[in-house]
Design a protein around this ligand. Structure first.
Ligand code: NAD
Length: 516
């Protein structure tokens, strides 16, 4: 396979060979775990065994946190300009290795190579933004709040921070986390998704090459025990999580109960609202790409289409577009949809489609039993699927399917569409397609969803803004990246100083001091 060849000739070879074990990264060294418990990682396109991920032992996890704790004072005291220079080197290395990282992602996660490059690129943008860390960490000053008294604030790192990542963006989401955290002067413990560990391992290898000192980034592996360890270890000050609602709410509850700062980006059901005055061709193109791209395994996938009035007549043309999408291995040129992550995920998607049908939805495009090339016969493939006549009480609407399944609902008015979407528990993203500025403005004001696209399907903000999912899709102390990302990884110290140039004593006062 193309990607196998790429990997074997790349530096990744130093971290992982095929069907060898994924290493831990502790204090600047890739080390073999002493665990007896391993998780197999298989290529979702053909079930080839790629690597085994260790369930880190308690000692290994403690060693990773200790390394991060020990590295913190020197890293915090490294000048902000030098930290930024290292992040800038890192940015260049990621750019240079974009194809290799993408090949790793395609092989392990399944998405197409161009989509995998997008995964890396959207993470790289956060690294680029982190190069401006000095400006992002500027405090505030007010001179002479009283005679000879000034107040100023510094933005300072927290200490050891940790990240727990999902399978669907093996590069972007780790890159949302540790580059900004370390740019701010923190040290880090990353626990990648046990289903896609290798992009993270390569990314930390590149960070080391960029000049990140030993101990500043560490990687542990595992699932529930590693997560519990992160939630409980007293040295960890803040936890970034991206993944399912079940895990995110759990980590938020357990982490905050232990006094940690936690940010949890979670599950979604993202609605597209299609008004009949929208540009039909562009809207249907956008909807097709955003519903089925990455086989629907994006937290910002448009997985529910709300057709307002006559726009429902466009559904047959949507089906025609979806039918043309090519389902194959992600490394095969011109593939539109790769496999879903696991046989269990495929089974779950099939079950949810069937439940929709059993509850009265019409399956007008059925991607179960999709035909793929013989070499992918064992892969976890699901073809584009469209369910119409879906109502909000159906399981296929209520659950995040996380597969290439678009559920279509009909309403008569924009007000009804807004009401329907606001009644859904999730608030990650939404998009409205219309030619009316007034309708778009009404939508952006009244919709209770954190990220809104207007004639744009996947409104993931660039890193000078933040990723602002809301309601059931987010819980925590601050959003990822942008200003709020910096706030999450830092604390403010405010200093009130009194420098007098006379020798006059002001005497003892027992009153609450009042400046002025
Ligand atoms: P997941 O919750 O299964 O796994 C995410 C991480 O949590 C992994 O590192 C895993 O080891 C850990 N984990 C899993 N179950 C756990 C549990 N019960 N207790 C403690 N830790 C647990 O998520 P996933 O399947 O890897 O990713 C897909 C989910 O992530 C989808 O719901 C998707 O919407 C969501 N997601 C959200 C965003 C966002 O920004 N809102 C972005 C990407 C993915």
């Amino acid at each position: 396979m193309l990607s196998s060849k790429l990997l074997k000739s790349s530096k990744v070879f130093g971290i992982r060979t095929f069907a060898t074990n994924t290493k831990l990264f502790i204090n600047g060294k890739f080390v073999e775990s002493k665990t007896k418990d391993w998780i197999e990682v298989r290529n979702p396109a053909n079930q080839e065994l790629l690597t085994r991920v260790p369930i880190s032992t308690q000692e290994e996890m403690k060693a990773a946190v200790k390394a991060a704790e020990d590295a913190f004072p020197a890293w915090r005291d490294t000048s902000v300009s030098n930290r930024a220079r290292i992040i800038s080197n890192y940015k260049n290395l990621i750019n240079k290795n974009m194809d290799k990282i993408a090949a790793i992602i395609t092989e392990e996660q399944g998405k197409t190579l161009p989509d995998a490059k997008g995964d890396v690129f959207r993470g790289l943008e956060v690294v680029e933004h982190s190069c401006n860390v000095a400006s992002l960490m500027m405090g505030e000053t007010v001179e002479n709040v009283s005679n000879n008294v000034d107040i100023y604030s510094y933005i300072q790192p927290l200490g050891v921070c940790a990240g727990i990542t999902p399978f669907n963006f093996p590069a972007m989401i780790p890159l949302w986390m540790f580059p900004l955290a370390i740019a701010c002067g923190n040290t880090y413990v990353l626990k990648p998704s046990e289903r896609v560990p290798s992009a993270s391992m390569f990314l930390v290898q590149l960070a080391q090459e960029a000049g990140v000192p030993d101990g500043v980034i560490n990687v542990i592996h595992g699932s529930r025990d590693a997560v519990n360890f992160i939630c409980d270890d007293p040295a960890i000050r803040a936890i970034s999580f991206v993944g399912s609602g079940e895990a995110g709410n759990y980590i938020h509850a357990r982490g905050t109960a232990n006094g940690k700062r936690v940010q949890s980006n979670m599950a979604a059901k993202n609605h597209a609202t299609i008004l009949p005055d929208a540009h039909k061709e562009r809207t249907l193109d956008a909807l097709t790409g955003a519903a089925f791209g990455a086989s629907g395994q994006r937290c910002m996938a448009l997985s529910a289409a709300v057709f307002v009035g006559e726009s429902k007549n466009w559904i047959p043309e949507l089906v025609e577009r979806a039918k043309k999408l090519k389902v194959s291995g992600g490394a095969v040129p011109s593939t539109d949809l790769g496999p879903v992550i696991s046989p269990q995920a495929k089974e779950r998607i099939h079950t949810l489609i069937q439940k929709g049908i059993d509850e009265g939805a019409k399956c007008i495009l059925d991607g179960r039993n999709v035909q793929v090339a013989p070499e992918f016969a064992k892969g976890n493939f699901v073809g584009p699927t469209i369910l119409t006549d879906v109502t909000t009480d159906m399981v296929c609407y209520k659950e995040e399917i996380f597969g290439p399944v678009l559920v279509c609902l009909n309403v008569d008015t924009l007000d009804e569409a807004i009401k329907l979407i606001n009644a859904n528990p999730y608030g990650n993203g939404t998009a409205v397609f219309t030619a009316s500025g007034a309708a778009a403005r009404k939508y952006q004001r009244e919709i209770d969803v954190g990220q809104v696209g207007i004639n744009l399907p996947i409104p993931v903000p660039l890193p000078f803004f933040s990723f602002t999912g809301s309601r059931g899709s987010f819980v925590g102390a601050g959003h990822f990246y942008g200003k709020t990302g910096v706030q999450f990884y830092t604390q403010i110290k405010t200093i009130t100083s009194n420098w007098r140039d006379d020798n006059i004593s002001t005497g003892v006062s027992t009153h609450m001091p009042v400046l002025g």
